[in-house]
Write a protein that binds this ligand. Sequence first.
Ligand code: MG
Length: 277
Amino acid sequence: MIGVRRSIYKSPAQLRLMVEPGLATAASLDAVEAAILVGVTTLDLDAAAERAIRAAGDKPNFPLERGYFHTICASINDEVVHGIPGARVLEPGDIVSIDSGAISPEGWNGDAARSFVLPGGDSATAAQREELNRVTEQSLWHGIAALSRAVHLNEVGAEIEDYILSQGRYGILTDYVGHGIGRRMHEDPPVFNYAVRERGPEVKPGLVVCIEPMVTLGGADTYIRSDGWTIVTEDGSAASHWEHTVAVHADGIWVLTAEDGGAAGLAPFGIEPVRPA
Ligand code: MG
């Protein structure tokens, strides 16, 4: 559709249609969370996520990306994002990012990620990874809280970066960023996880974005493995990745990929999410 610029702002009716695939996405990550253990393969987790999405009446949306055939991405240790599920067996102390998404029969998308540190392994390494994972998840909630009061979208990335740097020495990926979402999983606008000069679009009713900080214990440089998908840290440091799909509407914000709309994560900020009416 050359020459036609679709608005990045959805109507109230469209926002309502995004609630269901958001919940199906959350259910798929709940299923992974229940299944993840030392000794399982990432393909086992992929099957659990797919079952949950289909049980909700939706379909996995990652296979809509050209050449991708799985429900989730599973990225272990120095893999940051876009790891392909396979026969690799999870080991004690692994940090695993699971990214999942669903598309509803009406054609609307959800997209979310959580990272898990498996029990066991070297205790110093495990403690570092647990802390990395806590900081990354909390940076996401700081970003969502910033969105709820932002005038322009770049306030989200500034808040995420400020919070992460206040917690210690971490690498924040700049090669990959969050995105708008709707009828396509990846839409405008880009959502930066760090401060940028361009203010970005106005944060106003109808904006739906995926905020997804990717944080490492080392540097921010990455490369793509020869499989053409997996993004790996250049220095071999471990990474964490958390993501939610968040809607801005007239009465507030709602985290579409959280069963409680983000109530628990936003409570420390004094923010009560409101379901789109
Ligand atoms: Mg995403």
